[in-house]
Ligand binder design. Structure first.
Ligand code: SF4
Length: 157
């Protein structure tokens, strides 16, 4: 992925966030969106999202379980800026589910179009698969989870 493609994905996330803000779903700060097994869901992401996420997310221990996200620390997301589409769109608010599904479909299609236009491969798979394939980075490097800004999951923009 080129820097321009990376910037296109981030620009698309800005549009996603604006669409969600317009829909106005309620967040009750449960953190369950990131505890996959506990709440019975799987976070699927594309290879484009994985690349953007891994470029600036904090280090994490491998192997990564499919049961929860390693970037959730004490109920906070430590990878907020590069977090994938599914993280941005997911809210528990029952009144938002149809809108959330529509936003997901719209922007997943846009991501696929971006991949096609840039001649990039396309793969859609569970988060942990991409994380376990990533080159290991020391959790003791200068950019640790301890010194990474933790943003409450409740703060949705
Ligand atoms: S990247 Fe952040 S928002 Fe997404 S599942 Fe992990 S902790 Fe939750």
């Amino acid at each position: 992925m080129t820097l321009a493609d990376h910037a296109r994905v981030l620009a698309l996330y800005t549009e996603v966030d604006a669409s969600i803000a317009a829909a106005g779903p309620k967040c009750d700060s449960s953190g369950r969106c990131c505890r996959f097994k506990e709440y019975g869901h799987t976070l699927f992401i594309s290879n484009l999202e994985a690349e953007v996420l891994l470029a600036s997310a904090p280090p994490f221990e491998q192997p990564v379980s499919r049961d929860f996200c390693p970037f959730q620390v004490e109920n906070l997301c430590t990878a907020r800026d590069p977090r994938p589409l599914g993280c941005r769109v997911y809210f528990c608010d029952p009144s938002y589910q149809n809108t959330g599904n529509e936003i997901t479909e719209t922007y997943l299609r846009r991501l696929k179009e971006l991949a096609d236009a840039s001649g990039l491969p396309w793969r859609y798979a569970p988060l942990h698969e991409f994380l376990n394939e990533a080159e290991p980075r020391s959790v003791h490097s200068s950019k640790t989870a301890e010194n990474t800004t933790r943003i409450p999951l409740a703060v949705r923009t």
